[in-house]
Design a binder for this molecule. Structure first.
Ligand code: PBG
Ligand code: ZN
Length: 322
């Protein structure tokens, strides 16, 4: 008989043979900054998550620092939206101002800036539109301007989430041409057209006003194509590739991790978060246990970086274990 249970006799033995661990340095915490003043508004579909105006963000910054989380992913929500998403590449836009303010107060906090137009366009699509068509190459120009503007504001990492073809190469050139040789790019490489983004679209006011995102985000049925998307971003110069959502797509994380030596990030998105939170609030699941199991599964599949709304809780739970 092969006695597998020898490896499980006690916690010391189990931890000796444990293959995967989660640490604070793996975590990225997404934050929402809204234009205006004195705002701290709960996102109903994401319990524990708030939109903050820049002047109220100090409170959140203190929580992040107390938890020991070192990296944030920033989403700005402008007051003014138009057809061409002007506020995305306005040097005085809400996201740019927020990054500057954060870098003054917490210079060591790593700031990843999401680059997309959907939070900034009146129609809520991630690119420029002509009629009901989402234009690719015309959009690249605006994404390049946005990336440069965010880098100028102090973003350490640019994370294009638009799913336009050629975006990483275009943004890399734009950053290099403007002297931002060391600004990293984390591509949202395999981003699926997912129902799991619904709570985020409440938080970021970015639901499309017509149609859906299926002409640019990926078909959930396609794993091989997801690998090609990651390969394309790497060829174009991405430093880190991301798969999104995380848990329903761990097969993709695994497939990509077996084929590349680039760091992989997985985005545990708003819908994944909301499902856990609501079941925990009902008392139907043990929140800490489920979240830590989810984090471990994401690492086990091959991701190094986990972008998650649970980040501060996870950091505290990791402290408890010491
Ligand atoms: C913007 C963007 C989205 C998310 C991250 N960046 C929404 C979307 O594509 O509709 C989703 C994040 C989440 O659900 O937590 N393109
Ligand atoms: Zn978008």
């Amino acid at each position: 008989m092969i006695r597998m249970r020898r490896l499980r006799v006690n916690e010391t033995m189990r931890s000796l043979v444990r293959e995967t661990s989660v640490s604070k340095s793996d975590l990225v915490y997404p934050v929402f900054i809204i234009e205006g003043s004195n705002i701290k508004r709960p996102v109903d579909s994401m319990p524990g998550i708030y939109q903050y105006s820049i002047d109220r963000f100090d409170e959140e910054l203190k929580r992040i620092q107390a938890a020991g989380v070192k990296t944030i992913l920033i989403f700005g929500i402008p007051a003014h939206k138009d057809e061409v998403g002007s506020e995305a590449y306005n040097d005085e836009g809400v996201t740019q101002q927020a990054i500057r303010a954060i870098k003054v107060k917490a210079p060591d906090l790593l700031v990843i800036a999401d680059v997309c137009l959907c939070e900034y366009t009146s129609h809520g699509h991630c690119g420029l539109i002509r009629g009901h068509e989402i234009l690719n190459d015309e959009t690249l120009v605006l994404l390049g301007k946005t990336a440069v503007s965010l880098a100028k504001a102090g973003a350490d990492v640019i994370a294009p989430s638009d799913m336009m073809d050629g975006h990483v190469a275009y943004i890399r050139d734009a950053l290099d041409d403007n002297g931002f040789l060391n600004t990293m790019i984390m591509g949202y490489s395999a981003k699926f057209a997912s129902g799991y983004y619904a709570p985020f679209r409440d938080a970021a006011h970015s639901a499309p006003s017509f149609g859906d995102r299926q002409t640019y985000q990926m078909d959930p049925a396609n794993g091989k194509e997801a690998v090609r998307e990651c390969e394309a971003d790497i060829e174009e110069g991405a430093d880190v590739i991301m798969i999104k959502p995380a848990l329903p797509y761990l097969d993709v994380v695994k497939a990509v991790s077996l084929r590349t030596n680039y760091p992989i990030a997985a985005y545990n998105v708003s819908g994944e978060y909301a499902m856990v939170k609501v079941a925990a609030q009902k008392g139907w699941i043990d929140e800490k246990r489920i979240v830590m199991e989810n984090m471990t599964a994401i690492k086990r599949a091959g991701a190094k970086i986990i972008i998650t709304y649970h980040a501060l809780d996870v950091a505290h739970w990791l402290d408890e274990e010491l």
